[in-house]
Design a protein around this ligand. Structure first.
Ligand code: NI
Length: 177
């Protein structure tokens, strides 16, 4: 178990398409997931994708309960999602502020689909299938983008809505990043 360094935007590994996981329930996968949770908790993140700690595999974790980085966000169950597939259930989109541990100190306004379904597998290979909306849908789309080498700044449509967290939201006490 260890808190790992989070790669920052500019690192070529964050631009790679990650490889699917072929075997579940292995000690290697367990160790990766432990490190990902330790790292996400240490950074107060709402989600983390394996490529962000330098492992180019299709593994994401997310979830939050009263996360100080997202004081207004609804709760999202703590989830391990491996080899995810997203289906868009409606073309309706929603604008919202996003941050990313790989883009520390910044926030940007990004459009995401409001209603999606996602499926994939947990750590031991049990299937997961959920239909979600709102912030839950946003987090999943953000994390799954990482697996295709996409960081949220490339999805910002109007660059006037991209800036430093402490300037945009001076009222928030911003935890370390
Ligand atoms: Ni991110």
């Amino acid at each position: 178990m260890a808190v790992r360094e989070v790669l920052k935007m500019g690192d070529p590994l964050l631009l790679q398409v990650a490889e699917p996981v072929a075997e579940f329930g292995t000690p290697q996968l367990d160790a990766l997931l432990k490190d990902m949770f330790d790292t996400m908790d240490d950074y107060d993140g709402a989600g983390l994708a394996a490529p962000q700690i330098g492992v180019s595999k299709r593994v994401v974790i997310f979830g939050l309960k009263e996360n100080p980085r997202y004081p207004d966000a609804e709760q999202v169950p703590i989830t391990v999602l491996i080899n995810p597939k997203i289906t868009v259930n409606s073309m309706q989109m929603e604008s919202g502020w996003e941050g990313c541990l790989s883009v520390p100190g910044m926030r940007g306004m990004v459009d995401r689909y409001s209603h999606i379904s996602y499926r994939g597998f947990d750590a031991v290979g049990n299937p997961i299938e959920r239909e979600v909306g709102g912030f839950h849908a946003r987090v999943v789309q953000h994390e799954c983008d990482h697996l295709d080498g996409i960081l949220y700044p490339s999805r910002i449509k109007d660059m006037r809505y991209f800036g430093f967290e402490d300037v945009l939201f001076p009222e928030l006490s911003v935890p370390k990043e």
